[in-house]
Design a protein around this ligand. Structure first.
Ligand code: NAI
Length: 313
């Protein structure tokens, strides 16, 4: 039998089906799907996930160009078996059996657009993809990257609720880029290694809802694609280490939350085998941050309501 990795579009190969599929010779790992895998974020994210030793199977789904991207990525001599899926009829096969689904599908901002301007297109895309998750891998952890994250995460939650599969511990909006940027900028200003800087970023992922808590910075950057792919891969790796049972994994993420009066909020969350294990308190905020928090909450509340109404209208 030829090695599966040499067949990018091999969803009919039984060897790769079911929960026991592992790359030949590879350590046991997790099955990860990227939806929107041929995009500006999706491609470098696929590359980074193919390099992650915790990944045994990598499914690349998009409505365009997945055969080429899949062939390319599959030639990397790392452990994960890569399979490509093209178009809506292959969505279910792309999702079946997945442990983690990462969603960078949709249109990005162009100069002059706000993240909210993307709502009309991306809301429908996220709904369709989440309906697929509810049907094919309801226990998977979902990482939502598609903007506006402040509304697409509530949309995903409503879709899962309607399907009866909603587990708030398994739905996470990816705000890691905000953290990665804050760490980089603070590192530059203070002349520190950015890997040693840890700025929590709370609130949401748009404009004034992004609130970096510079007072808590611990010292010891149109639309982004490469740094975003890095951020998404970093966050996905944290989710996988949590699933594996590693302790002490804390990342900022936009999640269903009671940290404020809003139903969704980005803050530090502890990740574990069940997804979110604990949502950590915001910690002390200085006066500037407290004022920013009030502004962020006002704006964020509207975006959440917009997402909820999109599904329940
Ligand atoms: P892109 O346009 O380069 O790629 C998007 C991909 O999604 C394309 O390959 C497209 O074919 C695919 N796609 C469209 N409809 C689809 C569907 N129904 N099913 C599956 N795939 C579909 O855009 P880019 O730059 O990769 O950005 C993707 C999303 O990520 C945008 O919404 C962008 O705003 C968001 N983003 C989020 C960030 C965050 O921090 N959470 C940061 C930067 C971007």
């Amino acid at each position: 039998r030829p090695h599966p990795a040499s067949h990018p579009l091999v969803e009919d190969v039984p060897l790769l089906r079911g929960s026991n599929c592992r790359a030949k010779g590879a350590a046991p790992g997790f099955k990860v799907a990227i939806l929107g895998a041929a995009g500006g974020i999706g491609q470098p994210l696929a590359l980074l996930m193919k390099m992650n030793p915790l990944v045994s199977v990598l499914h690349l789904y998009d409505v365009v160009n997945t055969p080429g991207v899949t062939a390319d990525i599959s030639h990397m001599n790392t452990g994960a078996v890569v399979r490509g899926f093209l178009g809506q009829p292959q969505l279910e096969n792309a999702l079946t059996g997945m442990d983690l689904v990462i969603i960078p599908a949709g249109v990005p901002r162009k100069p002059g657009m706000t993240r909210d301007d993307l709502f009309n297109i991306n809301a429908g895309i996220v709904r369709t993809l989440c309906e697929g998750i509810a049907k094919c891998c309801p226990n998977a952890i979902a990482n939502v990257i598609s903007n506006p994250v402040n509304s697409t995460v509530p949309i995903a939650a409503e879709v899962f609720k309607k399907a009866g599969t909603y587990d708030p511990k398994r739905l996470l909006g990816v705000t890691t880029l905000d953290v990665v940027r804050a760490n980089t900028f603070v590192g530059e200003v203070l002349g520190l290694d950015p890997r040693e800087v840890n700025v929590p970023v709370i609130g949401g992922h748009a404009g004034i809802t992004i609130l970096p808590l510079l007072s808590q910075a611990k010292a010891g950057a149109g639309s982004a694609t490469l740094s975003m792919a890095y951020a998404a891969a970093k966050f996905a790796d944290a989710c996988l280490r949590g699933l594996r049972g590693d302790g002490g994994i804390v990342e900022c993420s936009y999640v269903a939350s009671q940290v404020t009066e809003l139903p969704f909020f980005a803050s530090k969350v502890q990740l574990g085998r069940g997804g979110i294990e604990e949502i950590l308190p915001l910690g002390p905020l200085n006066e500037f941050e407290r004022a920013g928090l009030e502004k962020a909450k006002k704006e964020l509340g509207k975006s959440i309501q917009k997402g909820v109404s999109f599904i329940n209208k």
